[in-house]
Design a protein around this ligand. Structure first.
Ligand code: URA
Length: 239
């Protein structure tokens, strides 16, 4: 997690807390939209004491955060990317002031997968989730085309060769919920991994939903498309 700063430049604060770029923030300052402790400020280089000063933009108080950490309940039909020519991205689900910080997904989901996505703009922290060395466990609820045999389940747990890869998958855990529903826990993040694992045992994934990453469980109060900030404790899961 990034070090907490005590002071920050006013133009940087405005750019981080609104959907304005740094140069638009400079213009907003010149045009008198910004007040520091109720006094209009025109200088972007003015330092703000984050503990004691109050900054307003167009009379709205701005809450500065150096880095952002949140979970999103991803619906189908959205891609985990910053931009896409044709498709909607997870950033389209966020308010402009948050999306403009261009947070990235810590472990992407496919367009047709739903569930937990963690977003942040803190690259060092994200490493604690995505680095293969950390072996962070991801839990998926899988709807399959047909029932898995005990032998298939054993193979998936012990490791299978995915089409095109020369290394067997790391040990996984699988639990049968019903004939065509399984809970799968994996520690890797290979391309289309769950779908390819089911294909490796002659089955097919019909639906896929991520329930958990490490100790972080998708908040059941979040409907598809909704997001919330992570608590300090939740952020610390991945430090
Ligand atoms: N594995 C997949 O095949 N797809 C996902 O979206 C996530 C894991």
């Amino acid at each position: 997690m990034a070090k907490v700063k005590s002071k920050v430049r006013l133009d940087k604060l405005i750019a981080k807390c609104t959907d304005l770029t740094r140069s638009e923030a400079t213009r907003a300052l010149k045009n008198g939209f910004v007040k520091l402790n109720n006094i209009p400020q025109k200088q972007g280089k003015t330092m703000v004491d984050l503990k004691n000063d109050v900054v307003t933009f167009d009379d709205e108080i701005l809450e500065y955060r150096e880095t952002i950490y949140f979970m999103l309940h991803k619906p189908k039909a959205y891609v985990c990317a910053a931009k896409d020519e044709r498709l909607k991205t997870v950033l389209d689900l966020l308010p402009p002031a948050l999306a403009s910080r261009e947070p990235f997904s810590c472990g992407r989901l496919d367009i047709d997968t739903t569930g937990l996505v963690i977003l942040t703009d803190d690259g060092t922290w994200a490493h604690g989730i995505t680095s293969p060395k950390r072996k962070c466990e991801k839990t998926y609820l899988v709807g399959s085309a047909s029932e898995l045999s005990l032998e298939d389940m054993k193979e998936l747990e012990e490791g299978v060769y995915l089409d095109g890869d020369d290394k067997i998958t790391a040990p996984a855990k699988i639990e049968k919920i019903d004939a065509k529903t399984y809970r799968l826990k994996i520690t890797e993040g290979r391309y289309h991994q769950v779908k390819r694992m089911f294909e490796a045992v002659g089955n097919m994934v019909k639906s896929l939903h991520r329930e958990q990453i490490g100790d972080l469980i998708l908040d059941e109060d979040l409907a598809e498309g909704q997001w919330r900030d992570l608590s300090t404790e939740e952020v610390a899961f991945f430090n």
